[in-house]
Design a protein around this ligand. Structure first.
Ligand code: EPU
Length: 430
């Protein structure tokens, strides 16, 4: 078993470089299927979700080459299969983007229901609504295989009942080669939606409005290969920002798009940290215990749900009482049980958590319940007295490129411990 061991108490200082965005790359890799050509993609993060995506593409028949540490060349011209079985789809949530991409290319996709972090029920009714609107018939078959097929895909107007990142992306993938105009209303506006639209447009698509709540897709007959660089990861950047403030450190976070970080910066400033913005970096420093404040998660440009656990750690040592309201997921407070083991005082009531700030947390054996919960445990370990041991760190490896080395370079006392007999965790996407 692998564990992360942290001896808390060190301030984080120095500079850290942010990697490519997980939630963009997991949409862009399946999108290459639509090119039927060679795509070269730079700024690929070294995370296990990318390794899983590559495995699935290779199983479908694509040729995937690692050109260097952060560049992939993907040739999807020889893909013949349109089936993603359960053993592959369970590896990550974003495996459902193969439904949109394969439907768009072959007009028929069979993809097993996806895996991913568990935040309560994660329905895909809006994805299905989108596919059906443009002419597909969708059924859930034995072994939870989603079968989506169409004689032809025809553009139309689709209004999503909830703002969904996944449904917006999946419909963009399926509609990019449909006949006529597809209009997505009440679309998600996250930075990764814009990144996917930019990627598809560089393959010859005609997509406008990404980043607003109305996206217009004029179908094209054919797409082609392209060169593209993934945007920096908003949530990885936010995680280091919160870690800097929580440890009363001083960190320059490089290779970011400060505009994507505004909601996080605003809350950090409210909590008493100083945030300085530059063209493609932000500096976060703090020299005292955080002030209490309240956060409510919302779709972009609101405060991101994927920063909620990390920010709750900061608030757990704030002066005074704070409230965290989760409005995206039904159940995203599982990590609270772990934090209370470390001395945090948090009461969860439905989709809200009431936090009474304590002077300090105390190191303890804990586990990463999911990806962002795992990042929260790391921040908690950094600000605790004594030693924290985090188990189930495979969740963290899904979305944080080289987090142990990056934290160490900032002065954290953190290491990976591999129990005898276990292979060392090397996140190779080669
Ligand atoms: N929803 C529906 N029906 C649907 C789809 C979604 O009711 O068909 C609901 C969900 O139950 C949820 C809300 O809509 O209450 C938002 O879900 P969304 O579809 O936006 O989430 P997702 O696409 O499954 C992505 C990210 C998550 C992030 C959410 C919200 C990826 C691969 N995952 O999930 O990221 O929390 O958007 O921003 O992009 C993470 O990176 O740690 C992570 C969990």
């Amino acid at each position: 078993m692998e564990k992360i061991i942290i001896n808390g108490g060190n301030r984080l200082t120095g500079e850290v470089e942010i990697s490519g965005a997980k939630n963009a790359v997991v949409a862009i890799i399946p999108a290459t299927i639509l090119a039927e050509d060679v795509c070269r993609i730079e700024n690929i993060p070294n995370i296990s979700d990318v390794s899983a995506m590559i495995k699935i593409l290779r199983r479908l028949g694509a040729e995937v080459k690692m050109i260097n540490k952060n560049t992939l060349e993907i040739d999807t011209s020889h893909i013949r299969s349109n089936v993603v079985e359960h053993d592959m789809s369970k590896l990550l949530r974003a495996s459902y983007y193969f439904i949109g991409a394969l439907l768009g290319r072959f007009h028929h996709a069979k993809v097993a229901m996806p895996g991913g972090c568990c935040f309560g029920v994660r329905p895909i009714d809006q994805h299905i609504k989108g596919f059906e609107a443009i002419g597909a018939t969708v059924s859930i078959e034995e072994n939870a295989m989603v079968d989506a097929r169409a004689d032809k895909l025809l553009g139309t107007s689709v209004y999503f009942d909830v703002v969904s990142v996944g449904a917006t992306i999946n419909l963009m993938l399926a509609a990019v080669k449909a006949k006529g105009l597809t209009i997505i209303e009440n679309a998600a506006k996250e930075p990764h939606i814009v990144d996917l639209a930019n990627f598809l447009n560089s393959m010859g698509a005609d997509i406008r409005g990404a980043g607003t709540d109305v996206i217009k897709i004029r179908g094209v007959d054919k797409l082609h290969g392209c060169e593209y660089a993934i945007i920096p990861d908003q949530i990885e950047a936010g995680t280091y920002m919160v870690a800097a403030a929580a440890t009363q450190g001083d960190v320059l976070i490089k290779n970011v798009i400060p505009k994507h970080l505004e909601s996080i910066s605003a809350k950090l400033i409210e909590s008493g940290a100083v945030v300085e913005e530059f063209d493609d970096s932000v500096r976060v420093f703090a020299d005292c215990r955080p002030n209490h404040c309240s956060i409510k998660t919302m779709p972009h440009p609101g405060f991101p749900t994927d920063m909620q656990p990390q920010f709750a750690v900061l608030l757990s040592i704030a002066r005074g009482n704070s409230m965290v309201s989760e409005s995206v997921w039904d159940n995203r407070f599982r990590y609270v049980e772990q934090l209370t083991r470390m001395g945090a005082k948090i009461i969860v009531d439905g989709k809200s958590a009431f936090i009474e700030g304590v002077d300090r947390l105390k190191g303890a054996p804990v586990k990463a319940d999911d990806l962002r919960a795992g990042a929260a445990m790391i921040i908690a370990g950094l600000i605790s007295t004594g030693t924290t041991e985090i188990e189930e760190i495979h969740h963290i490896q899904r979305g944080y490129d080289n987090i142990i080395e990056k934290m160490r370079s900032l002065g954290a006392d953190i290491e990976l411990r591999v129990e005898p007999g276990d292979e060392k965790s090397v996140l190779s996407v080669g």
